[in-house]
Design a protein around this ligand. Sequence first.
Ligand code: FAD
Length: 374
Amino acid sequence: MAKDERKTVVVVGAGALGLSSALTLLKALPSSKYRILLVASYFSADGPDPSFPSTAAGAHYRPIPATTPQLKFEARLANTTCNRFRNLAAEHPEYGIKFLEGREYVSGEAAPAYQALLPEYRQLDGFRVLNDDEKPTDVEFAARYETYTLDPDTYLFHLLRRYRLDGGEVKRAELKSLQEAFELEGHDVAIVVNCSGMGFGDPQVFIIRGGSPPSSGILGLIADRFSGQTCLVANLCDKTITQQDADGGWSFVIPRPLGGGTIVGGTKQPNDWNSLPEASIRNNLLEKAAKLYPAMLNAEGKFDVIRDIVGRRPAREGGLRLEAETLPSSTSSKRTVVHAYGAGGRGYELSWGIAEEVLRMVTDILPQSLLSRL
Ligand SMILES: Cc1cc2nc3c(=O)[nH]c(=O)nc-3n(C[C@H](O)[C@H](O)[C@H](O)COP(=O)(O)OP(=O)(O)OC[C@H]3O[C@@H](n4cnc5c(N)ncnc54)[C@H](O)[C@@H]3O)c2cc1C
């Protein structure tokens, strides 16, 4: 058999970021010049694992007031992703993406931030501040808008299937370093994209599991994104609701499409590596959700619990790392890595925006002569 002369673009990671980046590269780069190889230690078919958060997510999209340059940038990525999900929902029903009503109930310190940022929220489809008679009495700010939810198992399975049907290559391996990705046997590697979730020994990365969420500051605004322990119940729900209480507590419900039940959450605890669910946390989550949306309860006024879910969000001081880096190399060829990791609790809702940034960086770096489809 003739030797494959094409260069390889390696994407490390088969989570939300790796799969969307790999698919985007596969569609954009000329297949006559480049192979795309996805290398990962975990795939979604392996089942839930706390260290593979893509299998543990809710997952819904909940805009955050863009109070910093980083959050403004992320808002743009989220917007790109939302548009992409809208197209995918229409063109690929098998991905199980559902557009539905989202509700935001906010009290306490965070409420003024939501009030002040109403102009940004008004861009969301179906955005409307709720009248007093439409919201719970103890809630200060309440709004509704159109958003989406997805079931990670279904979604990741079909992304990987699409990637493979379109000619993407896959390898299961645990890499000790990014240098190893340049030395894979049988591949002439042009560039490596690092979608490994937590990076490779990045000291700025930390994980967040279950516990008490922060009540103020930026972390307060986005605390539900760190929620580490959730509970999947069979009870169905027609909207996704997030509530921030005046005492700093959080609760949310996220319906999973295609009859996949509902996620009830959630909690946050930085640097907690406990991978076992705690019964007291589950009871607390269910109690709060029963108050948040009693219409979900079964005829006996209860939840039908399917399972607890524990996950660790790959958070990073300073936020998501999205940049290129040249690694030291003893050979004549340059070793450039495009990093895309540390999405914390926003990996799904930023994923397609991140994938477009990855593509932009990769095409800036690869020789222009090899990007033509001719
Ligand atoms: C309880 C919970 C609820 C959440 N809810 C939401 C939500 O509603 N909306 C939302 O947008 N996000 C949510 N998230 C966050 C979201 O799940 C993450 O941001 C996202 O999954 C991160 O994806 P990733 O692809 O960056 O990394 P990961 O999912 O961590 O995937 C990393 C991949 O890299 C591979 N890898 C890592 N190291 C190596 C190595 N050395 N060698 C080879 N392969 C390697 C792994 O095997 C894996 O395939 C939630 C998370 C949790 C835990």
